[in-house]
Design a binder for this molecule. Structure first.
Ligand code: SAM
Length: 284
């Protein structure tokens, strides 16, 4: 069956797969100094943001990604006070981070201010926490920002970036991880979106190797569904500065106040369960 121009399609030649959504219409398109951003109105997924042809955020399913890129790592850290989101310009991850009362300061370092301005227009529900006095929106390159970050000033670094091409390429390498490690306090950790366990296991293995080479003591994978991303199954990779079991601060009363759609204590534990092929690939 061929799809006409009433569909948005993201073909992925490398993996021989494609993802499509039935459209209403394209409501915005622009080329920024960094990338091409398009916004579509879809028939069943609300608005869809696409960067350089790749799906980023939809109204309907973004809660999966934003909740899972924030809460598992935040509740795995004993006391996350200072948090940085690298990328994440749609502000959805920042909103979830700021649901945590123990977070004293959260900085979003997004290279492309237009992503945030368009999110404010087409995904206003993701931007509701931008005015929180604990939040700083900084527009600049996350790689340069991390190089300049004060040593041992952060508890958690969340890397919510595009795929490892273009401006995001350097966010997936040892040099960047060395700077992250230096910026983290003892016991600190980073969590980075690491693509599909099914389609991109080689990238995940490379990332974990680069994290260890940079000096991180331990790495882990967490995984969750994400309908609009290749294969519909996505992952985050956690790197710990200090080896040891993760904290599991899953107090039921606190969790209830989070107002999440997907994340809860059972999902938290399930997300860290490692499938056999991933165990074999990562040698764990
Ligand atoms: N959830 C999405 C995914 O996995 O496809 C990512 C969404 S978020 C919109 C990704 C953001 O990373 C983009 O807005 C992009 O501008 C930003 N980004 C890419 N490279 C960056 C860099 N070097 N520094 C800061 N932000 C960067």
């Amino acid at each position: 069956m061929s799809l006409d121009n009433t569909w948005f399609t993201e073909p992925m030649d490398k993996t021989g797969t494609a993802f499509s959504l039935k459209l209403g219409e394209r409501v915005h398109a622009e080329q920024t100094p960094y990338q091409k951003i398009e916004i579509y109105r879809t028939e069943t997924f609300g608005h869809l943001m696409v960067i350089d042809g790749c799906t980023m955020v939809s109204t309907r399913d973004n809660f999966l990604y934003h909740e899972m890129m924030s809460h598992p790592a935040l509740y795995s850290h004993p006391n996350p006070r200072d948090v940085v989101v690298v990328g994440g310009g749609d502000c959805g991850t920042l909103r979830e981070v700021l649901k945590h009362g123990e977070v004293q300061h959260a900085t979003q370092v997004e290279i492309d201010e237009r992503v945030t301005r368009l999110a404010e227009q087409y995904f206003p529900e993701l931007c509701v926490a931008n005015g929180d006095p604990r939040a700083t929106l900084f527009f600049g390159d996350g790689i340069a920002w991390m190089k300049e970050a004060a040593p041992e000033s952060l508890d958690l670094i969340i890397i919510d970036s595009t795929d490892p091409v273009g401006p995001a390429e350097g966010l997936f390498g040892k040099k960047f991880y060395v700077d992250c490690l230096k910026a983290l306090r003892p016991g600190g950790m980073l969590v980075q979106q690491s693509e599909s366990p099914l389609l991109h296991i080689d990238l995940i293995v490379e990332m974990h190797k680069a994290m260890h080479d940079a000096g991180f003591a331990q790495t882990r994978l967490l995984h969750f569904p994400q309908v609009i991303y290749p294969s519909g199954w996505w992952s985050g990779s956690i790197a710990q500065k200090t080896a040891g079991p993760l904290a599991e601060r899953l107090d039921p009363a606190t969790l209830q106040t989070l107002d999440t759609q997907y994340y809860n204590a059972e999902i938290h534990r399930a997300a860290f369960a490692v499938p056999n092929f991933v165990k074999r690939a990562l040698g764990v």
